[in-house]
Design a protein. Structure first.
Ligand code: ZN
Length: 351
């Protein structure tokens, strides 16, 4: 049995296979209409995300399978104080595969330990969102036909954006990928992400989208949120600088791919929507097909893969991340690798 907690749970070969299957599904959906007949997907959304839940539901139904689950914690037994582990054990009886979203970081790791069916992480707090990254990779592959030899511009909130960190993790495994990191000083890519994925990789940092756009093969836009700034005048100064519009695209390559994880607020002007380089609506469609490929693959695969999430108990350490599942899940062993919490990847403090 396999799970998908983080995009790096999959090798590049496995990602290539998933992308190839998803492309075939786009070409010939009828071939897969009964691929999961009689199978049940449990969609456990401990926090609401209508878009992601619908994408999973649509994917399973397109494969001939059925879906059950809940769309917020208030409508589940969690509201009565049930632990995540107990909920997952119970759902493992009813479903053949689980897609879960949870506000606590590391929750899918806890789930994958007790589940007797494959677990897909559909987002855990600000931590991972691997099916978004798979969606991004399918979009890149469909547009460019490759993952290597690309100049990838990522623009906006590079500090808090989990989709950005996962995309960098995934793309940094390919040859000759150059990253252009476009962000204001306050929202620059954190050093730990650079150290983990960009050491030895070519990357440049800038706060100027217009100057950078001409060399890009991919431009990945993200939302800049006002509440991320300590100084409101700084937000006022920067918010319009990163609005992509038709004028800014004048110097861009003819085969640029413009991506955005959606929902957008105003960081891409509507005058870009009809541009053939705008791929963000195709991206949403790709999300459905890559989830179909993922569900099909996980239901077929035997064996265990949770080796990445092993650790040791250490009575002297305490995870300092308030959003970590280790603080709320009753009876959970608090595990560390060195001084890093296994569940949320953050450095722990000595008690
Ligand atoms: Zn933690």
């Amino acid at each position: 049995m396999r799970n998908l907690v983080d995009i790096l749970d999959f090798t590049t070969k496995e990602i290539d296979e998933l992308v190839a299957v998803a492309k075939d599904m786009i070409e010939s959906p009828e071939k897969y209409a009964h691929a999961c007949d009689g199978k049940i997907l449990g969609t456990l959304f401990f926090e609401p995300s209508t878009r992601t839940r619908l994408s999973f539901t649509s994917a399973m139904m397109s494969l001939g399978g059925n879906v059950l689950g809940f769309s917020e914690a208030a409508s589940s037994s969690v509201a009565k104080g049930e632990t995540l582990s107990d909920t997952i054990r119970m759902v493992s009886v009813y479903a053949d595969i689980i897609a879960m979203r949870h506000p606590k970081e590391g929750a899918p790791i806890v789930a994958s330990r007790v589940a007797t069916v494959p677990v897909i992480n559909a987002g855990d707090g600000g931590h991972f969102h691997p099916t978004q990254t798979l969606t991004d990779l399918l979009t890149i592959s469909r547009k460019k036909g490759r993952f290597d030899n690309l100049t990838v511009g990522i623009c906006g909130d590079l500090k808090y954006g989990r989709t950005v960190h996962s995309l960098i993790a995934a793309m940094s495994r390919y040859e000759n990928v150059k990253f252009v990191l476009i962000a204001p000083e306050e929202l620059k890519l954190p050093d730990y992400v650079k150290e983990e994925f960009l050491t030895g990789k070519t990357y440049v940092e800038t706060d100027n989208l217009e100057n950078a756009i001409a060399e890009l093969d991919i431009l990945y836009m993200t939302r800049i949120q006002a509440e991320r700034f300590t100084d409101p005048t700084q937000y006022e100064r920067l918010k319009d600088v990163y609005i992509l519009d038709a004028a800014k695209l004048k110097s861009a390559k003819a085969d640029l791919s413009i991506m955005h994880p959606l929902p957008r607020v105003n960081e891409i002007a509507v005058d870009v929507d009809d541009d053939p380089r705008a791929d963000y609506f195709v991206q949403a469609e790709n999300g459905r097909y890559i989830r179909m490929a993922l569900i099909m693959m996980l239901l077929k695969t035997k064996g265990i893969n949770d080796v990445r999430y092993k650790g040791e108990e250490n009575a002297e350490l305490e995870c300092v991340n308030p959003h970590c599942i280790s603080h709320t899940e009753r009876g959970l062993k608090k595990l560390f690798v060195g001084d890093t919490c296994v569940y949320c990847d953050q450095h722990a403090a000595r008690k």
